[in-house]
Design a protein around this ligand. Structure first.
Ligand code: UD1
Length: 433
């Protein structure tokens, strides 16, 4: 396996991963918690390094399981990756190996992002096709359509997508059917070194995507309009290695803010960008939280009992789908009925049955989640079936009577560095078994 011997680490990204997090409810959280760089940015920046040989430095990278998997992906392609505190030092070879195998893509869908980068860098890429997951089938049709428009051809052989760009990639006008984050990023990576100008219309506007464009520009790319719906990429012949600090994780920040809110406590989240959580904070305020913000901090003080609030998930700057389960957990104890509408994923509802096991009164109707608030949750064993579901169940456990055991809680390690330690520092009765 090429490159794998190149993986060295002064500190492992992979947490020991016990299966259960146990929470004893009843203590309001108080105190301050700092967040690190965004998972959904760091993973893409790691892929972006493949575009230029040499030594890159990514700062503010959380030690989470998904970063560890992406390190394996890069190692397979021939890069070496060394962690030094919260920095990753990535050395990319002159001739990367253009392949991401099934065992890695299966572990983490974001591995598909190497498609655009490897096609651009090597003129070819072999990436195993990701299957479905808990959120539904999650196709990559928009990624492929855009890359085809830029001159790539694909063949699916034995579950492996084989891409080639026989005449190189060239700039073109691409109109995305939906502002997909992954498709926008894959196309950005491919377009950075294509011939001519690529215009992506109806592009994703997520802060993590804009941060990727920022990093690519530091590497010498010429990208304009990131953060708006129309992005122009003027292809350049080559890129250089660069250093970049990853944008703070708004999902980690929002989860701790809601942990304070659901427990009727007061939590200050620091090292974050309050503006990136505008819609989520607005809904927390509408539910009765006192929300104060500074340049890089948020303070949320929870009400005795939340007021019901409706919300709908949408691409940024709408309410983030990855904050949906945590917000529903909060509203499950509201004094009335709330309706959450899921517009991004067809099947993000597995956590609902788990909250109901704790005494919540929630049902789904198509893409709507009807949350009838109850004044009591009761601790039991629940299944933390994905990152945000597991986080939501821990939040519910903070206010439940007795003890809640979240099994498969290792999902939390995919997106939150030091979760149990940070929650405990805020006063939560939480342990990892
Ligand atoms: C990223 C995030 C994920 C977040 C999501 C939406 C990472 C690693 N993951 O996922 O945490 O929930 O953005 O903010 O950054 N779709 C298609 N065809 C495509 C591409 C997407 O139909 O070619 C659909 C998906 O199935 C989904 C929707 O579009 O229903 C949004 O997906 P997308 O924005 O691409 O999310 P990801 O980039 O996969």
């Amino acid at each position: 396996m090429p490159g794998c011997s190149g993986v060295r680490s002064v500190q492992s990204d992979r947490m020991s991963a016990p299966e259960v997090i146990r929470v004893t409810g009843g203590t309001p959280l108080h105190g301050q918690v700092a967040v690190l760089g965004a998972k959904n940015a760091a993973l893409k920046h790691m892929v972006a390094t493949m575009l230029a040989p040499g030594n890159h430095v990514l700062e503010n990278v959380p030690a989470i399981a998904d970063v560890a998997i992406m390190r394996e992906v890069l190692a397979y392609a021939g890069a070496t990756c060394i962690r030094d505190g919260t920095s990753l030092l990535i050395t990319v070879p002159e001739e990367p190996h253009p392949e991401a195998p099934l065992e890695l893509v299966r572990k983490m869908r974001a591995s598909i992002l190497v498609l655009g980068a490897l096609l651009a860098r090597c003129g070819e890429a072999r990436v195993a096709l990701p299957g479905g997951d808990d959120f539904g089938s999650r196709p990559i049709d928009m990624h492929l359509e855009g890359l085809r428009d830029m001159g790539a051809v694909f063949e699916l052989n034995h579950g492996v997508l084989e891409g080639r760009a026989p005449d190189g990639l060239h700039g073109t006008d691409i109109y995305l059917e939906f502002p997909s984050v992954g498709a926008t990023e894959n196309l950005l990576l491919a377009a950075a070194m294509a011939t001519g100008t690529t215009t992506i219309s109806n592009a994703a506007r997520e802060p993590e995507m804009s941060d990727l464009a920022h990093f690519l520009n530091k590497m010498g790319a010429k990208i304009e309009g990131a953060g708006t719906s129309t992005i122009s990429v003027h292809g350049v012949g080559s890129l250089d290695a660069a250093t970049h600090r990853v944008v703070p994780d708004r999902l980690e920040a929002g989860t701790y803010a809601l942990a304070g809110a659901i427990s009727s406590g007061v939590v200050r989240v620091v090292d974050c960008v309050p503006d990136h959580l505008r819609m989520e904070l607005r809904k927390m305020a509408a539910a009765g939280c006192e929300v104060t913000t500074g340049e890089d901090w948020i303070e949320v003080s929870g009400p005795d009992r939340p007021q019901p609030v409706d919300f709908a998930t949408l691409p940024y700057p709408g309410f983030h789908t990855d904050m949906h389960p945590q917000m529903v957990a909060f509203l499950s104890i509201a004094d009335g009925t709330s309706i959450a509408t899921e517009n991004v994923y067809a099947a993000r509802f597995r956590y609902v049955g788990e909250l109901n096991r704790m005494g919540a009164n929630i049902h789904t109707d198509g893409q709507h989640v009807v949350v009838r608030g109850t004044n009591r949750l009761s601790g039991c064993e629940v299944d933390g079936c994905d990152i945000r579901a597991a986080a939501a169940l821990v939040l519910a456990g903070l206010v439940a009577d007795g003890t809640t055991s979240v099994v498969h809680a290792d999902h939390i390690d995919r997106g939150y560095a030091g979760f149990v330690e940070k929650m405990r520092a805020l006063g939560a009765g939480i342990t990892r078994l």
